[in-house]
Design a protein around this ligand. Structure first.
Ligand SMILES: [Cu+2]
Length: 155
């Protein structure tokens, strides 16, 4: 009995290290979501926190989704009282760093909606990284609770 306990504990620790080793050379996505848009809207936005757990800088080179013609990364900027969105050619997340895609800042722009997307559903997006890896993420489509979001913001 005692030996089995030791073996299973060792196995558990071993598996734990395998899973962290995998995560360590890639990006971890937290809280990925997209505000529900009116059915006629062709464009939607995506927000999330992206953690780089590795000790190398990682760039996101491109993104795609089957539900949209095109997926881009944009930066919202105020200039002269006008809000404009600037397409980012890539998105760098520094080693051990993180960035946040959020309303009014960096965001994912999902363009040319091909199918209806409702609150409660999920938008699958594939990111291509400069280290040759791809990661699949899922944006939860929710009714926009923007005023509340402000209060819940923490780092
Ligand atoms: Cu945009």
């Amino acid at each position: 009995m005692f030996l089995i306990k030791i073996i299973s504990r060792t196995l558990f620790i071993f598996l734990f290290f395998i899973s962290t080793a995998n995560a360590a050379d890639s990006l971890q996505i937290e809280n990925a979501w997209s505000p529900e848009a009116p059915p006629v809207a062709k464009v939607m936005a995506g927000y999330m926190k992206i953690n780089n757990l590795s000790n190398k800088d990682i760039k996101i080179l491109s993104a795609k989704s089957d539900l949209f013609k095109r997926v881009e990364i944009h930066l919202t900027e105020m200039s002269g009282g006008m809000m404009r969105m600037i397409k980012q050619e890539n998105l760098k997340i520094k080693a051990k760093g993180h960035i946040e895609l959020k309303p009014g800042g960096l965001h994912m722009m999902l363009m040319g909606k091909l199918k209806p997307v409702k609150a409660g559903s999920v938008i699958a997006v594939t990111l291509t990284l400069d280290n040759g890896k791809t990661i699949n993420i899922k944006l939860k489509v929710k009714v926009d609770d923007a005023p509340q979001m402000m209060h819940h913001h923490h780092h």
